[in-house]
Write a protein that binds this ligand. Structure first.
Ligand code: URA
Length: 205
């Protein structure tokens, strides 16, 4: 099965998932969207009001800021995969609970495996905690770290900048580093490069 089919199958499972209590109040699940072969993946926290209505990630105010941030590095939302830690809206936009994050983690893991992005940007503390437990976003935002063969870049959630305007410049500065990180990762990682040629085969030409 190709990556796009895998993502579709995961989304179909999410749509009917009842593995945590968030399913009871969902209108639409929000599996995430974007190219199945994206080099860059964003992981937010979970759907809010508008996402729950539309079944699409980051379509409210935070999403508009995310689109501005993407535009600042010459990208559109269609160019990247945008997902979330939990795929159903926590009621009243409360924080996702540990058992909900745990129940939904299998879907995120399978999405990452299918897409195999070179760079993952975590947006906010819940998404960060999956890679950097026991630390604070204020300490490590913008600092890329190689984990399991890809670069993980923790960043503030775009909604944080809407509540605290001084964070806008910080997240803009963190975003501005992304193109260089992606380029570096693309030039050093192997999986998309052709398999090495067998020297014996070369003798045939
Ligand atoms: N905030 C998130 O973390 N995810 C969304 O999809 C929308 C807002």
């Amino acid at each position: 099965m190709g990556a796009a089919e895998k993502l579709k199958a995961i989304a179909q499972e999410i749509e009917v998932c009842t593995d945590c209590k968030l399913h009871a109040s969902r209108k639409k699940s929000v599996p995430g969207e974007g190219p199945a072969d994206s080099d860059l993946m964003f992981i937010g926290e979970g759907p809010g009001f508008h996402e729950n209505e539309q079944g699409k990630p980051f379509v409210g105010a935070a999403g508009r800021f995310l689109e501005d941030l993407l535009a600042s590095i010459d990208l559109k939302r269609e160019d990247v995969f945008i997902g979330n830690v939990v795929k159903c809206r926590p009621p009243g936009n409360r924080d996702p609970q540990p058992e909900e994050i745990e129940a939904c983690g299998k879907y995120l893991e399978r999405q990452i495996e299918a897409i195999n992005p070179k760079v993952i940007v975590t947006l906010g503390r819940f998404s960060m905690a999956g890679y950097f437990p026991d630390t604070r976003i204020s300490k490590i935002h913008g600092q890329a770290k190689e984990i399991d063969g890809r670069l993980i870049v923790p960043m503030y959630h775009p909604a944080a900048a809407l509540h605290q305007p001084s964070l806008r410049k910080v997240i803009e500065a963190d975003f501005s580093m992304l193109p260089a990180l992606i380029e570096k990762e693309a030039s050093t990682s192997q999986p998309d490069q052709p398999a090495p040629v067998d020297p014996e085969q070369l003798e045939l030409f």
